[in-house]
Design a protein around this ligand. Structure first.
Ligand code: AMP
Ligand code: GLY
Length: 430
C-alpha cells in the first residue's frame, strides 16, 4: 500500500513510524516531512499550507491513502481538494474541521447533540466583555477561562484567577479581530481520547494524558503539549464507553445529520470533573504529543484502520489490540517556547538517547546548510520510551532526554509522575 502523510511535526513522525511497523510495510511518502521522517519515508518539498502542491503531488504519486496530520491544512480544505482529485483521504473536510477551527461552533454542535461541556458565552465586542465575565463567573468565582475562538496551536487559552489578566487576553484577541469564548472552569484530571470515524461509525483508540502547561507542577503558560503517557490506570472503568456514548457518537451523528460527515480523528479532550465527564475541547486530528504514546502501544495493523475509515467502511465492532506496556513521552522545547521560539541551535545526543532504550521523534527540526541537525520550531523533539509500567517508562524517557543537547532548551521532569506513583500505590489518587 502507498501512503502519503501531510505534515512535518512530531505527530506525523509518530504516525509514519507506526505505519512503517505494519506488515507488509507500506510505501511511505511525506509532504513535507522532517529529518526524522526522512529516515522512514520519501519526503517531498510541499508545504503544509500549499494545497495546490499537495494535489499535484498526490496526482503524481497516486497513493492508496492520504493522511492529513495537522489542523491548518484540514481547516483550509486540503481533504476536500484531495478528494476532488480522486484521493482516498483520512482527515475531515473543511466544513467538519470547523469543530476544531471554531470553539464557538463546537459549542453549538455540543449543545445540539446534548454533549456535556463547560457552560460558555461567546463575546464578539469589547463592550460585551465585562457582562460576559459576570455571566460565566457570576460570584467572581475563579479561575477565569478565556479562549481565542480560532486556531492558536494550543496557546490561545488563558486560565487565570486574575480578572485583569483574563481581560487583557480577551482584549488582545478581540482587538486582533477575533472572537472570545469565556468558559466555566472545569476541575479534575484531563484525558485525551482519539476516536477514529468514517462519518457514521466510531472506533476509540486508547486514552492518554497530555501535559499542557510549560513548567513542572502545571505552572506556566499553556503550550501545544509538553509530554504525555498511556495507559491511564486511574481512569474509571467504562470511561471509553461513556465517552463514545455521550460524546463521540452523538457528535458524529449531529454532523452527519447536518450533512457534514466527519472522516478522521475526532479528538475528545475531556475533564473528569467532580460533576462528571465534560468536553474541554474537540480537535479534528490526532493530538501531539499524545499520538506518540498511543501509537507506541497499538499492536493491531494501523494502515488498514485508517484506510477503512477513509473509505467509509469502518466496522464498529473493530477490536484493537494494545500492548500491556506503558509509554511516556517528554517534549524538548526550544528557548523561549511557548511565547517565542529560537531556531537554528544544533541538536546533539539523539544516538545516545536511542541507545538508552528510547526513540526520538522529530517535532521541529531541520538540517542547516552544513547538514547539521538544528532546532526549527517551539517543540523540537519528543523523546518516547516504553516500559513494563509507567514508572519504568518514565525513568527511561527522562534518562534519554538528559542525553540530548540543545542550547537553551527546556522540558518538564514531572510527566506521568503522579500517575506512576499512584499506580505504585504510593498515593491515593492520580
Ligand atoms: P483547549 O485549547 O480548549 O484545549 O484548552 C487548552 C487547555 O486549557 C486545556 O487542555 C486545559 O488544560 C485548559 N482549559 C481549557 N478549557 C478549560 C476549562 N473550561 N476549565 C479548565 N481548564 C481549561
Ligand atoms: N496535545 C494537544 C493537542 O494536540 O491539541
Amino acid at each position: 500500500m502507498k501512503i502519503l502523510v501531510i505534515g512535518s511535526g512530531g505527530r506525523e513522525h509518530a504516525i509514519i513510524r507506526r505505519l512503517a511497523a505494519d506488515r507488509p510495510a507500506p510505501e511511505l511518502h511525506a509532504a513535507p516531512g522532517n529529518p526524522g521522517i526522512a529516515q522512514l519515508a520519501s519526503c517531498h518539498d510541499v508545504a503544509v499550507t500549499d494545497l495546490d502542491g499537495q494535489v499535484r503531488l498526490a496526482t503524481e504519486l497516486q497513493p492508496d491513502l492520504v493522511v492529513i496530520g495537522p489542523e491548518a491544512p484540514l481547516v483550509a480544505g486540503s481533504a476536500d481538494r484531495l478528494r476532488e482529485a480522486g484521493m482516498t483521504v483520512f482527515g475531515p473536510s473543511a466544513a467538519a474541521a470547523v469543530l476544531e477551527g471554531s470553539k464557538s461552533w463546537a459549542k453549538e454542535i455540543m449543545a445540539a447533540a446534548g454533549v456535556p461541556t463547560a457552560g460558555s458565552v461567546t463575546v464578539t465586542a469589547l463592550e460585551e466583555l465585562g457582562a460576559g465575565l459576570d455571566r460565566v463567573n457570576p460570584l467572581g468565582d475563579v479561575p477565569y477561562v478565556v479562549k481565542a475562538d480560532g486556531l492558536a496551536a494550543g496557546k490561545g487559552v488563558v486560565v487565570t484567577p486574575d480578572r485583569d489578566a483574563a481581560i487583557v487576553h480577551a482584549e488582545a484577541v478581540l482587538t486582533a479581530g477575533g472572537q472570545v469564548v469565556l468558559e466555566e472552569y472545569l476541575d479534575g484530571p484531563e484525558v485525551s481520547l482519539f476516536c477514529v470515524s468514517d462519518g457514521t461509525r466510531v472506533v476509540p483508540l486508547a486514552p492518554a494524558q497530555d501535559f499542557k502547561r510549560a513548567l513542572d507542577d502545571d505552572e506556566g503558560p499553556n503550550t501545544g503539549g509538553m509530554g504525555a503517557y498511556s495507559p491511564l490506570h486511574w481512569a474509571p472503568d467504562g470511561l471509553v464507553e461513556e465517552v463514545l456514548e455521550k460524546v463521540a457518537r452523538p457528535t458524529i451523528a449531529e454532523l452527519a445529520a447536518r450533512d457534514i460527515p466527519f472522516v478522521g480523528i475526532l479528538y475528545c479532550g475531556l475533564a473528569l470533573t467532580s460533576h462528571g465527564m465534560r468536553v474541554v475541547e474537540f480537535n479534528a486530528r490526532f493530538g501531539d504529543p499524545e499520538t506518540q504514546v498511543v501509537l507506541e502501544r497499538l499492536t493491531s495493523p494501523f494502515a488498514p484502520l485508517l484506510l477503512a475509515a477513509a473509505r467509509g467502511e469502518l466496522a464498529e465492532d473493530t477490536q484493537l489490540d494494545w500492548s500491556e506496556d506503558a509509554a511516556v513521552t517528554v517534549v524538548i522545547a526550544s528557548a523561549g517556547y511557548p511565547a517565542t521560539s529560537r531556531s537554528g541551535d544544533p541538536i546533539t545526543g539523539i544516538d545516545e538517547a536511542e541507545a538508552d532504550g528510547a526513540h526520538v521523534i522529530h517535532a521541529g527540526t531541520a538540517l542547516n546548510a552544513d547538514g547539521m541537525l538544528v532546532s526549527a520550531g517551539g517543540r523540537v523533539l519528543s523523546v518516547v520510551a516504553r516500559g513494563t509500567d509507567l514508572a519504568d517508562a518514565r525513568t527511561r524517557a527522562l534518562s534519554a532526554t538528559e542525553r540530548i543537547g540543545l542550547a537553551g532548551s527546556h522540558h518538564r521532569t514531572d510527566i506521568a509522575r503522579r500517575a506512576a506513583e499512584a499506580a505504585a500505590g504510593t498515593e491515593e489518587t492520580a
